[in-house]
Design a protein around this ligand. Structure first.
Ligand code: PGA
Length: 258
């Protein structure tokens, strides 16, 4: 089945792990073996950039690779940066942009937008993270979500790229937290509706209704199924549990059987 027809997307964000290329191969191999023939789920693994090339030999419509970030620069005298076209050239088909850990290191909405455009221009699909630091009873956090979304949507002037955009809603207070701190599926659903509402307002119905939305933040095998079903998301962005092949495969399995 072509990847565009897949119903759910499960992303594994490995962050600054594992320590060596050998370990990356073992972890990826274990996931790939079980996930290479999925009918309904697209798995996207985001290894540290040096490992993308090592892992890209294994090919399947169900398991793709992506980068955890790309630079705002295309080429030139920028020591230490890695461009979108460079990671694309070694097998990254997706780019994660605007993760809260990158935003904490200085990525503003404007930088996030520039990186999104770099990735699109390099032919990649993009997963942009948005999310509030904390919730308040007056729902001011919705304003922060709206601002992040509007900034991204407005930056994409060429609407042909809209089909390559995925939004990942990751409340910062739930990332890396204890698993019982993940929001209730009904709260996730409410946010999915809000994101769609803003998308329709800014982009119109044609693009707004089609936007794909993932949830991320303390997802594990216990809460994955309910969040997908009751949260009405198109998939999940998984951090810690993507480093444990067995647990990650259980999460994938929930999505495959929703
Ligand atoms: P977590 O991380 O699943 O470990 O909470 C999620 C993320 O940072 O994307």
């Amino acid at each position: 089945m072509a990847q565009t027809q897949k119903k759910f997307i499960i992303v594994g964000n490995w962050k600054l792990n594992p320590a060596t290329g050998e370990e990356a191969k073992t972890l990826f191999g274990a996931i790939f073996k079980k996930a290479q023939n999925l009918a309904r789920v697209l798995v996207i693994i985001l290894p540290p950039a040096p490992f993308i090339n090592i892992l890209s030999g294994k090919k399947s419509d169900s398991v793709l690779l992506g980068a955890q970030d790309v630079s705002v620069e295309t080429s030139g005298s920028f020591t230490g940066l890695i461009s979108a076209s460079q990671v694309a050239s070694v097998g990254a088909q997706y780019a994660l942009i605007g993760h809260s850990e990158r935003r904490k290191m200085g990525d503003t909405d404007s930088i996030v937008s520039q990186k999104v455009l770099q990735a699109f221009t390099a032919g990649m699909k993009v997963i942009v993270c948005i999310g509030e630091k904390e919730r308040d009873e007056h729902a001011h956090y919705l304003r922060a979500i709206r601002e992040q979304l509007v900034s991204i949507f407005n930056a994409i002037s060429d609407k042909k790229y809209m089909k390559n955009l995925v939004i990942a809603y990751e409340p910062i207070w739930a990332i890396g937290a204890s698993y019982d701190r993940a929001p209730k599926p009904s709260d996730v659903h409410e946010m999915v509706l809000y994101i769609k509402k803003v998308a329709i307002e800014v982009l119109g119905k044609e693009f707004g209704l089609k936007i794909k939305i993932l949830y991320g933040g303390s997802v594990n095998a216990e809460n994955a199924g309910t969040i997908i079903r009751e949260g009405a998301v198109n998939g999940l962005l998984v951090g810690r549990q993507s480093l444990d092949a067995k647990e990650f495969l259980k999460i994938i399995d929930h999505a495959e059987h929703v």
